[in-house]
Design a protein around this ligand. Structure first.
Ligand SMILES: Cc1cc2nc3c(=O)[nH]c(=O)nc-3n(C[C@H](O)[C@H](O)[C@H](O)COP(=O)(O)O)c2cc1C
Length: 121
């Protein structure tokens, strides 16, 4: 993964940015994810696929917020499964509205993992 604009960290949700090769990726939107690091550790999280229209990026990315994780993983491989689709990408009227929605997404993603008895192994 690569360094993003690093706004996510300031907004309260540090994210890993994985550049996508596709100019117009299929399946843009927000997903519940399970990601694995090269050392084998796995984490649940929530991710967006697309160009993030509110604070536009130059190119499409997979942007992952891992739960219960706070390490610098720049330049490491992060294998990510998209487990469930939550919603389409939205252009928000304000950054505050975007932050509120991302935290709501995270809550929904945690609930999904719990309700479906998903495991990290
Ligand atoms: C779970 C999740 C959902 C997101 N949903 C949207 C969205 O609907 N619309 C949008 O413009 N950006 C969305 N974003 C992207 C944020 O705009 C992004 O985190 C912000 O631009 C900071 O990016 P940076 O950390 O690369 O600087 C989402 C990010 C995450 C992690």
């Amino acid at each position: 993964m690569a360094r993003g604009l690093q706004l996510g960290r300031q907004l309260g949700f540090p994210t890993a940015n994985i550049p996508l090769a596709e100019e117009r990726p299929v399946g843009t939107g927000v997903y519940v994810v399970r990601s694995r690091l090269a050392d084998g550790r796995a984490f649940f999280g929530v991710a967006s696929v697309g160009c993030n229209p509110t604070i536009p990026k130059t190119a499409p990315v997979l942007e992952v917020w891992l739960f219960d994780f706070d390490e610098d993983i720049y330049d490491q491989t992060l294998s990510t499964e998209l487990l469930a689709y939550l919603r389409p990408e939205e252009q928000f009227a304000s950054v505050a509205a975007l932050i509120d929605q991302v935290f709501a997404d995270a809550e929904e993603a945690r609930r999904y993992c719990k309700d479906h008895g998903l495991r990290l192994t």
